[in-house]
Write a protein that binds this ligand. Structure first.
Ligand SMILES: C[S@@+](CC[C@H](N)C(=O)[O-])C[C@H]1O[C@@H](n2cnc3c(N)ncnc32)[C@H](O)[C@@H]1O
Length: 222
């Protein structure tokens, strides 16, 4: 009898840009991006590494880069206008410590060394509010096991969301995973954005909608 194959990597969905990429964006993606592409050999000498997953237009990763000159910051994103925007900022601001992985995070997680990342930032992962799209949500038990393996012990994961439904799912997944400790401990400690983070484009939208925002912090304990 044929065994059914278990899907271990959640489905991911690449959002189409609202308008076609401009000539400048195409150039940034085809040529300039090459200088900042993540490659295993480029990052292996650095001991201090941060990872931002789904950096959007890159506001927070630029902030991290400027505040942490001694760290290497790896950014992962699949949305081309966002990647082009970050590439343009890295170039114009002459930032030296950012590497970009312009593909699905699951491919990157399998390339990173075990116990090599100090902090992971996941700011406003797509909430996918419709039930039929839940399978596209990034944060799942499979995902947590994968990020646990690349994080150093005592490494930190920051997650923010403005979706109360997704908040419950995120918390549930982390609380069920014995490898993580919820540092904030209760929801009332999650309303204030930690100093490590800045307001992103998605957060601005959440503010316009008057949505409550939650900033969760977890620590890898084993
Ligand atoms: C709601 S946006 C938030 C963007 C940004 N963090 C912010 O706060 O403005 C979520 C981002 O995650 C990216 N994303 C979703 N799934 C991804 C995956 N599997 N790998 C890499 N990036 C992903 C999307 O392309 C999108 O830009």
């Amino acid at each position: 009898m044929k065994k059914s194959k278990k899907i271990l990597i959640p489905l991911f969905y690449k959002k189409k840009p609202r308008r076609p990429l401009s000539k400048k964006q195409k150039g940034l993606l085809k040529f300039t991006l090459q200088k900042f592409l993540f490659k295993k050999e480029k990052v292996q000498n650095s001991k201090k590494r941060f990872l931002e997953i789904g950096f959007g237009y890159g506001e927070n990763i630029i902030h991290l880069s400027k505040k942490n000159g001694d760290k290497l910051i790896i950014g992962c994103e699949i949305y081309e206008p966002g990647i082009a925007n970050l590439v343009s900022k890295i170039e114009s601001e002459n930032l030296k410590n950012i590497y970009i992985f312009p593909e699905n995070i699951f491919s990157l997680l399998s390339k990173l060394k075990k116990n090599s990342i100090e902090k992971i930032f996941i700011l406003y992962p797509d909430p996918w509010p419709k039930k039929k799209h839940y399978k596209r949500r990034l944060i799942s038990s499979v995902f947590l096991n994968k990020i646990n393996s690349v994080l150093k012990t005592n490494g930190i994961v920051f997650v923010s969301t403005d979706s109360e439904d997704y908040l419950k799912v995120i918390l549930n997944n982390f609380l069920l995973n014995k490898n993580f400790l919820w540092v904030n401990k209760k929801i009332s400690n999650c309303y204030k954005r930690p100093k490590d983070l800045i307001e992103t484009k998605y957060e601005k939208k959440a503010n316009i909608k008057n949505n409550k925002k939650y900033f969760l912090k977890f620590k890898k304990i084993c």
